[in-house]
Design a protein around this ligand. Structure first.
Ligand code: SAM
Length: 258
């Protein structure tokens, strides 16, 4: 595995670490920098190395800002527990998506409405794989009292919010755990709003487990192949859309919508 195939977080840390070691080497050679110049050089070197390591634009921006943030907090008169609390909060909200490389961002109201229109008639069973704060699950459960709506979430704090939100709804439940452990043969519609990274593995799971006649909907993130049967633009962030695949009786588990 080459360096470019390492997870982005490790590549980002490597770039910052190498930049730091480079500046330490300059100190050993007798060069002296003011703190501001040090931070500027650290950010510039880290950005340069990050580009070489193939990091995406958003990571490059984080790499540029990181040394300034460290400098700012280094000088701030904050108690030690503040940093621990910040770390714990981030871990509780984003920790569950760390391995799948999926952050928390939320589907818009319009996306939920369009999703509701994709539910078949009758007592539908629906799952939101990585349900975040439970917005789609609770909205759909209210819109369709005849269905059952399950959310699965791996981040503790997000799960707690979603669970509390769905507590008053008799036809909604929220489970703490991994989406990879959900048996998709038990649902009529599976929905996910993740990231490009887990999509190929999720599609393989859909093909293995979902029954003919069921439906898989992905918010925004698609697959190189097969193309979705339908693409429905939704209001919200730029490029937001629902991609719909119908699971058919064919061997590859996919057929276009009629
Ligand atoms: C982009 S948010 C989508 C939230 C919600 N489904 C929506 O449409 O508004 C993705 C969520 O998936 C969760 N997640 C990531 N990997 C997961 C996994 N392996 N198992 C369960 N949840 C996961 C993240 O913690 C995050 O809350």
């Amino acid at each position: 595995m080459t360096l470019r195939h390492w997870p982005p977080l490790l590549r980002a840390l490597l770039a910052q670490g190498l930049a730091f070691l480079g500046l330490l080497a300059c100190l050993r050679l007798g060069l002296r920098f003011t703190p501001l110049v040090w931070v500027l050089l650290q950010a510039t070197l880290a950005v340069f190395l990050s580009r070489g390591l193939g990091l995406e634009v958003r990571w490059i921006l984080i790499q540029a800002a990181f040394p300034f943030l460290v400098w700012m907090f280094w000088n701030a008169p904050l108690p030690a527990w503040f940093y621990l609390a910040g770390f714990l909060l981030l871990a509780l909200v984003f920790g569950g998506g760390f391995r799948t490389r999926v952050p928390l961002y939320l589907a818009s109201r319009d996306a939920c409405d369009q999703l509701a229109a994709l539910l078949p008639e009758g007592p539908v069973r629906f799952v939101d794989l990585g349900c975040g704060l439970g917005g789609p699950v609770s909205r759909l459960a209210r819109a369709r009292p005849d269905g059952h709506f399950l959310g699965v979430e791996a981040s503790l704090l997000s799960w707690l919010v979603a669970w509390l939100r769905c507590l008053p709804l008799p036809n909604a439940s929220v489970r703490l755990g991994s989406l990879w452990r959900v048996n998709l043969s038990e649902v009529d519609v599976a929905y996910a709003f993740l990231s490009p990274v887990p999509m190929p593995a999720l599609w393989a799971k859909v093909q293995r487990e979902m029954r003919p006649g069921s439906r898989f909907v992905s918010h925004t993130f698609g697959l190189p192949d097969p193309p979705p049967a339908r693409t429905i633009p939704v209001r919200g962030r730029p490029g937001a859309r629902l991609l719909v695949w119908e699971v058919g009786p064919e061997a590859d588990g996919y057929q276009p919508s009629r």
